[in-house]
Design a protein around this ligand. Structure first.
Ligand code: ACO
Length: 255
């Protein structure tokens, strides 16, 4: 087993690789882990360079908050960094580059877990939504702030939000920009588990161990099947199951 740490985005992102587990830590606690394009590109780089052996990716935040969303200095024009501007002809391309930092977290080769404590706002809430599973500390708070700031969600959050909470609740949460407590998040299925703050790391470790205890190839094929189930009829999905099983079992045949 290999163990190593990489820093990206001038240290605002730390990535620890420990065998089959990668842990991504948002590491700008003095700004409540507020996000910038460098961080989104850093996340995309982690996804693009993920070693094949990695099966579980944990995303967490350092300090009092998981993530306070976009760095508001970018919107105010008071940051050293710039963010895509309306007048940029390649605006959508730039945003696609930011979204790449989120999309890979749904890849069937891995299971991604957001370990959320404190605030997860806007881009931070979307980051938690980009993960397959969410384990929350009791002090966790979600807020989709974008519409209140005159923006839409554009960091891949709309689809998982609607898939998880349903359209009416997604409309209500986004268009009021209200805060969802951990207790409500559990009711809305935005959290798989809520634990006391002091037990968050241990709860994540337990989940990681349970996920790693299953067969790697079967786990990957099963996640791929589950992810496509919603868009399929029962018959299409039954056919997909047959195909996946044949592929999986044949991959183990000798020779
Ligand atoms: N961008 C830039 N700086 C931030 C951000 C942010 N999103 N969030 C917090 N900070 C800074 C604060 O300005 C403060 O800096 P200072 O120490 O120089 O004064 C420092 O981080 C600590 O922030 P506090 O507000 O003092 O921390 P607290 O723990 O009391 O509150 C909270 C945390 C709730 C996250 C609060 O900071 C907040 O509401 N931040 C803004 C959230 C926001 O609107 N994000 C944009 C969402 S929309 C999107 O992401 C697209």
């Amino acid at each position: 087993m290999t163990s190593s740490q990489t820093e990206l985005a001038a240290g605002a992102l730390k990535v620890d690789f420990d065998g089959q587990v990668a842990t991504i830590t948002l590491a700008r606690p003095e700004r409540r882990n507020a996000m910038t394009p460098a961080i989104w590109h850093g996340l995309a780089a982690v996804g693009a360079g993920l070693p094949d052996e990695v099966r579980v990716v944990v995303v967490r935040g350092e300090g009092p908050s998981f993530c306070a969303g976009i760095d508001l200095n970018l919107l105010a024009g008071t940051s050293d960094e710039t963010v895509a501007r309306a007048q940029d002809p390649d605006f959508e391309q730039q945003v696609a580059g930011y979204q790449a930092g989120y999309l890979w977290l749904a890849d069937p080769r891995i299971v991604s877990i957001a370990a959320v404590h404190g605030h997860a706002i806007g881009a931070g809430f979307q980051l938690a939504l980009a993960c397959d599973l969410r384990i929350l500390a009791e002090d966790a708070k979600f807020c989709m702030k974008e519409p209140a700031l005159g923006l839409v969600l554009d960091l891949t959050g709309t689809k998982p939000l609607v898939d998880i909470v349903g359209l009416p609740r997604a409309i209500e949460l986004c268009l009021t920009a209200r805060t969802v407590t951990a207790a409500e998040a559990l009711l809305l299925r935005l959290a798989e588990l809520v634990v006391p703050r002091a037990e968050l790391d241990a709860a994540v470790d337990d989940l990681v161990a349970a996920l790693l205890a299953t067969d790697a190839a079967a786990a990957r094929a099963t996640k791929a099947l589950l992810r496509q189930a919603q868009g399929h009829t029962r018959e299409q999905q039954a056919a997909a199951e047959r195909r996946a099983q044949a592929t999986l079992l044949r991959s183990r045949l000798p020779g």
